[in-house]
Design a binder for this molecule. Sequence first.
Ligand SMILES: Cc1cc2nc3c(=O)[nH]c(=O)nc-3n(C[C@H](O)[C@H](O)[C@H](O)COP(=O)(O)OP(=O)(O)OC[C@H]3O[C@@H](n4cnc5c(N)ncnc54)[C@H](O)[C@@H]3O)c2cc1C
Length: 320
Amino acid sequence: MKDDIYNNLKLDLPELKEGVLLKDYTTFKIGGLAKYFFIAHSKEILIKVIKLAKTNKIPIFVLGGGSNLLISDKGFKGLVIKLKVKSYKVNKNKIVVDAGVGLSKLVNLVLENSLTGMDWAAGIPGSTGGAIYGNAQAFGEKISDNLMEVEYLDVKSLKIKKVSKKQCKFTLKNSIFKKNKNLIVLSATFDLKKGNINEIRKNVLEHINYRKKNHPINFPSAGSVFVNTETKITNKKLLAKFPELKYFNSKGVIPSGYLIEKVGLSGKQIGGAKFSDVHANFIVNTGNAKAQDVLKLIKLAKKKVKKIFNINLETEIQIL
Ligand SMILES: Cc1cc2nc3c(=O)[nH]c(=O)nc-3n(C[C@H](O)[C@H](O)[C@H](O)COP(=O)(O)OP(=O)(O)OC[C@H]3O[C@@H](n4cnc5c(N)ncnc54)[C@H](O)[C@@H]3O)c2cc1C
């Protein structure tokens, strides 16, 4: 039976839905029901829906492309807002894109305008907003590299504000938007450089082909499970047993996939979830994985990596 709050909200928001299966909105294909679900096509409607949620004391969760998310099998007892603001503007070297613009669209826009600096993102699913939230990166480049400023909504004041790249406090897979859930990315301005379109196209294709070969793209997943660890291992026994560590030490970053492989978890399956044999830092859904299966694998990897390498793996996938 539909509840009173839903009926009241529906008067103001005719497109509001109830009991929406969230697995259909994530690349992992995992997740239970959202009590309420709304697709926001404009900034104005986003503010309106958040205002109503606040008045009715309904917790909110902002969803982008759902490509870095593990949603509980129990779903979310609040309002999930899928951000679908999708405008963009190109002015010479500058591109302004709304948070809901897909990274693939952004890569295409950059390519069409013979601009460089975004080809590394080719093949990464998800939205620009989600990429800024987690400072998406690949092949040594990051979404923050060519960013000028970000426009965001402050959920507390319901005011739209702007911050410079510096104020976003980007670090490895992190930003102020990840630290403060009251900040919703609305749009971003990038300052890019002119380049040779054929070279840019070549880079884009190379990155897509690399992903096809080295990532388990034939199974649902949420990308890398753990953030790579910025550290150096000095333990002599470990350095003797795992000689590759010397190379990683020289880079200052130990890849999580390497650690998971070396603790023997590559290919390990619990229920329907499995550490990929193709890339050990991916957990794939082999068919009917539950969030619980994924969480058990995460716990196991953290425990083993801590025991053998004394490294605390940080989970990259956002858990709801
Ligand atoms: C096959 C595959 C390959 C991938 N490869 C990479 C890779 O190479 N590099 C990489 O960095 N990532 C990679 N990812 C992970 C993912 O695609 C990126 O992190 C992406 O940027 C997440 O964006 P999203 O819109 O899907 O975010 P979602 O999954 O929808 O959300 C992730 C988090 O961001 C928050 N969020 C989303 N939008 C906003 C917003 N507008 N404002 C505030 N918060 C927001 C959500 O609340 C949530 O907490 C990969 C994923 C897959 C499935």
